[in-house]
Design a binder for this molecule. Structure first.
Ligand SMILES: Cc1cc2nc3c(=O)[nH]c(=O)nc-3n(C[C@H](O)[C@H](O)[C@H](O)COP(=O)(O)OP(=O)(O)OC[C@H]3O[C@@H](n4cnc5c(N)ncnc54)[C@H](O)[C@@H]3O)c2cc1C
Length: 421
């Protein structure tokens, strides 16, 4: 296949980063070709039919916040912003399984974190000075760890900071990058309740964030190829001249560009010498076919147990356990039983283990430590027509949907700038 004179853009990888780049480029009038190695789009953010529960489930429960403005703009651009649903204000119910104590954090709906001045709205057993002590995190240098910037103990840490940073960084917070933690604090807690409203794709990740993007791309004339893995690159000087897909190859013309939105290991094997994060952490999700009890909140924070967040979906209770390398080899049935025990306490329900599924994503995210964060490349490469995207590129955020969309947008904007140059 020969590149045409108007110029094509080849997007490699149909995860959220690749999809957001492809949608932005197609909307800007580019001729887009999306190449995905597997038979399904979505990458680490996808839904599938699961025979064990007889339900369509997500590979992992994904939480967005109303302050994730690039992710929301992406959903808006594919017509599905309304599919991201959550409570009207930033309320987070919590339960502590060790004491049975329940509380609700109510961040309100303002632009400032005024709730910290109201003892009725603060985390129980915390005082204003505990919140002020988080200040060193706000603009912490990239080289610092969270544990070097703040004290990782006390009620505020155990009941809010630890659950928030564990979910965002996917590492034990004290070892995590204070720079990345600071970005999270600035864009969530410090931005007031208006930025912290929790949002989930209740109808499923693929239905809300993936399939509508594929439909939009196809409607705009983009080609979308599944089972089309990029295996190698042909290079001429400072340009990529050929995409090698195994059975076929694409020769690139002078106006053609590539957005490579594959995970770091794939990117490093395609581009020897590329600096990438090389350490990853697992996330475990467990899904139980069980009607949520009346009044069960869509998202419940759980401390003092194995489970960290309990999500209620129609016909299903699902949990997330981050930084879960320790559970990757655990016997599945034992793990399901232990998680179900936590769910029974947290949701106040009875009954034997219902139909269940456990999804262990071994390389769910890069390890958000200062060392691994320093390995993230920007979007530009040493090749003039090749741009990188991915949650692992240098987005300034941990591995999140928001970071993915930012990276996809940035790579797309660089392609458009190259076209204008
Ligand atoms: C269990 C779990 C829970 C999570 N929870 C949250 C959450 O609550 N909130 C949040 O914001 N984020 C969450 N995340 C992170 C979020 O899912 C990721 O940041 C995001 O999906 C990454 O998208 P991506 O496009 O950068 O990478 P990927 O999703 O990895 O996409 C890369 C794509 O490239 C394809 N590919 C690889 N090699 C090739 C090749 N050679 N040729 C063609 N295609 C190729 C892959 O098949 C894949 O489809 C979670 C992740 C997991 C795993």
């Amino acid at each position: 296949m020969q590149g045409n004179v108007q110029g094509n853009v080849h997007v490699i990888g149909a995860g959220i980063s690749g999809l957001s780049a492809a949608v932005r480029l197609a909307n800007a009038g580019c001729e887009v070709h999306l190449h995905e190695a597997t038979q399904q789009a979505g990458g680490r953010c996808r839904s599938y039919f699961d025979a064990a529960t007889n339900l369509t489930i997500d590979n992992g429960n994904h939480l967005l916040l109303s302050g994730n403005r690039h992710a929301l703009a992406y959903a808006r651009s594919i017509g599905t912003e309304a599919g991201l649903v959550g409570p009207k204000s930033a309320q987070f119910p919590f339960v502590d399984l060790t004491t049975g104590k329940r509380w609700q954090l109510d961040l309100g709906d303002g632009r400032l974190p005024l709730w910290v001045f109201d003892s009725n709205r603060r985390v129980p057993d915390t005082k204003l000075s505990d919140y002020l002590a988080l200040a060193p995190l706000i603009w912490a240098p990239q080289s610092k760890r969270v544990g070097d910037a703040i004290r990782c103990e006390g009620a505020l840490y155990q009941r809010l900071v630890q659950p928030l940073l564990l979910a965002a960084l996917n590492v034990d917070p004290p070892e995590g990058s204070a720079g990345l933690a600071g970005a999270i604090v600035r864009e969530t807690l410090l931005a007031g309740g208006q930025a912290c409203r929790p949002l989930i794709a209740r109808e499923g990740l693929s239905a809300v964030l993936v399939e509508p993007a594929i439909k939009l791309l196809q409607a705009k004339g983009a080609s979308v190829r599944f089972g089309h893995e990029l295996r190698g690159l042909g290079l001429v000087g400072r340009n990529i001249s050929e995409l090698k897909f195994g059975d076929d190859a694409v020769l690139l013309g002078p106006n053609d560009a590539i957005v490579m939105a594959v995970p770091p290991r794939a990117a490093a094997s395609l581009l020897p010498g590329l600096k990438t994060p090389s350490k990853f952490r697992a996330i475990v999700n467990a899904h139980f076919r069980f009607d949520p009890p009346g009044g069960q909140p869509p998202i419940l924070g759980v401390v003092g147990g194995l489970v960290e967040w309990l999500f209620a979906f129609p016909q299903r209770l699902s949990v997330t356990i981050s930084n879960a390398d320790r559970l990757v080899e655990a016997p599945r049935e034992e793990l399901a039983q232990a998680i179900w025990r936590d769910i029974r306490s947290a949701a106040g329900v009875e009954g034997d283990l219902p139909p269940w599924q456990i999804v262990r994503e071994r390389r769910a995210t890069f390890e958000a430590t200062p060392e691994q964060n320093a390995q993230r490349p920007g979007s530009l490469t040493s090749y003039k027509n090749l741009f990188l995207a991915g949650d692992w590129t240098d987005t300034g955020l941990p591995a999140t949907i928001e970071g993915s969309v930012r990276s996809g947008n940035r790579a797309a904007d660089l392609v458009l700038a190259m076209r204008r140059a």
